[in-house]
Design a protein around this ligand. Sequence first.
Ligand SMILES: [Zn+2]
Length: 258
Amino acid sequence: MRLHVISSSSEGNAYALEGNGETLLIEAGAPFEGTLKAIGYQVKNIVGCLVTHEHGDHAGRVKELADYCVDVWASPGTVEKIAGKLKPGAARCLRTFRRESGAEVYETFTLGGFEVTPFATQHDSAEPVGYYITHPETGGILFATDTYYLRPTFADLRHVLIECNHDSEKLQANAYGRIHGMTPELAERIRESHLSLQTCISTLKANDLAQVNEIVLIHLSKNNGDPAAFKKAVATATGLPTYIGRPGLTLDFNINPF
Ligand SMILES: [Zn+2]
């Protein structure tokens, strides 16, 4: 199994897990052509696309996936928001999953060999989720973005894709220095919807990382983040190989690293 990072920022998000004959897409917020290129145009292998929430940088390209009849999975609240912007024909590709009222974790469902368990995240959108994904080739994968903290912890993790959006101190300094068009109000919104470096590290440490092969940091802020410093801080705090999820990054995502 290989992970492809196609796009990872507030300008657009798209990721692919490409296995033997089956590919799972995550997020539909970047031109679909880039995803197609990354997976060698093997559309027939796509088992579905998981979307975390309705914001354009995560779901703005759903129509392009619908043109290829790719099923797009999201929470009921997210599906409702996305469907409102699609023509009925395209909305037919939308799929959803359920949870018992008030539960943090949704029903597990399968897409090919992937078992997918959505969980609630904390973001300024209708019904945002993250995904815990397992596959015999990969073991447990955590995918969490656009959330200012994560309540659940996860078992049997082998791979982690997690937002590392901003440095709290840098954000504060930018807000009061009016740097990069930042205002205290905007800084507040970011603080209440995105994962800081500091919370990213404490979230990672709250989980059992003994079996984790690598951490991939995603959705970094251009102005309030520092990729080299984030990579170093997370690698030091966890003792694990850490990557910045830059477009074009491809990683071996098998259960054993060798
Ligand atoms: Zn968002």
